[in-house]
Design a protein around this ligand. Sequence first.
Ligand code: ATP
Ligand code: MG
Length: 468
Amino acid sequence: MNLKYPIWIFIVVLMLLSICCAMAGLMPMTALVYLGVLGGIAAAGLGFLCWRTLKELGELTRSLSTEKPSVAADVVLLKPLVTVLNTALQKLSEPIQTVRQDNQDLNLQLQLLRRRKNGVETILNSIQDAVLVADSQDRLILANPSAEKLFNFKFDSSRLPILSDAIDQSALLDMMLKARNSRVCHVRHELTIKADGENISFDCVLSCVTDDAGRPVSVVAILHDVTREKEISRAKNEFVSHVSHELKTPLASINAYAEMLVDGEAQDAATIRQFCEIIQGQAGRLNRLIEDVLNISRIESGLMKINRQTNSMALILRDSLEMMQSYAKEKNITIHTPPSILFDQVYVDKDMMTQVVVNLLSNAVKYTPSGGQVTVQIEVNDVEGTITVSVTDTGIGIPEQEMSKLFGKFYRVEANKNFAKGTGLGLNLVKQIVETVHGGQVFVRSQQGKGSTFGFVLPLAAAGQPAV
Ligand code: ATP
Ligand code: MG
């Protein structure tokens, strides 16, 4: 609505009233009435103007506070203000639009970065190797759960601790410091850390991260546990040196006797025969040793050809006893055999199980002084579905502290070494065949000077397993 007209009307009325007042002369009553009307019209006009201004201000505020601020076109009183605001808004609208776009882009980038950060954290947390990152002020800025577990601390990313406060490993701290000072991007060290009373070996890779100016920003340390690899490599070296040592003894003997034969040192037929028998015996020992070594390594590597069938344990015992009878007789040792049992079927490789029983019997005879007794027993546990075979002797026995090591490769009891010869592979092969190949369990009980019982537990053959 245009206000020009009411204002003009108001001015005209005002003038008319003034004339009327003048005409009324000195009549005070009429003048008062006119003044009253004049005041009323003036108050109404002022009120109208205030109301209109407030209304336009309200509209202006509303239109400015929208998403896209613009200036209301329907204003009259505040038109000059509107014009100024419109010009200012037009000038500002372009930068505002740019800022808005930038803001949106930044939000997107922030989301992307957050996602990437979460991804990196998930990967770091799933790594089995311990990962530590320290900044240029020696503060620990990142540690994954493996590192927390290894160094026994809780990493809190909101309170970055000083590296030496979190980790009590001077060797590692030195390595990280050196890596930062030398600014190497990749260096490997071997590190041994004592954790839970055990020495753990680590292959430690350190990298110094630098900025564009080549200043060190952070040092990353990755600790890979190589204890098992080291143990395997140590065991392999030990095994090879043991085997070579064991092979050397019979070979040296064969060589020596063969040389004596060639040099004609054996004059008579009896001596020649004796030398040949020694050579034959040593060759046999060599052969057994090579067989044992090969069998153990085949079982360990899973390359052993296993022919499992349902067999009677009594039959396996009978075959083994037959092989041992002459040796037992030589030493005047009696072997007592168990009475036959109705159901003693086991699902096993017959040749391998025969070797187990032969090894146990040969040890029993070997480590029992002549005139002693060896007793073989079979027990069937129908409830648990197992069969237990034990070989008890009245021999020299084994000291208590040696019992746990008996089934190790090349292990020979120091106190029994002079009593009989051997390589210390027999019991290891027994354990491998019973436990690794057939899922059974070996056991030993012994009393030094009184005798020993070696044996094993195997599951009974289940119905439906193929018979021989
Ligand atoms: P081989 O490889 O020829 O069998 P070995 O008999 O010495 O050599 P194992 O059969 O592995 O080796 O036995 C390991 C050690 O355990 C033996 O050296 C012996 O000291 C001890 N041992 C084994 N059986 C008995 C036993 N019945 N009585 C006493 N000591 C035994
Ligand atoms: Mg033996």
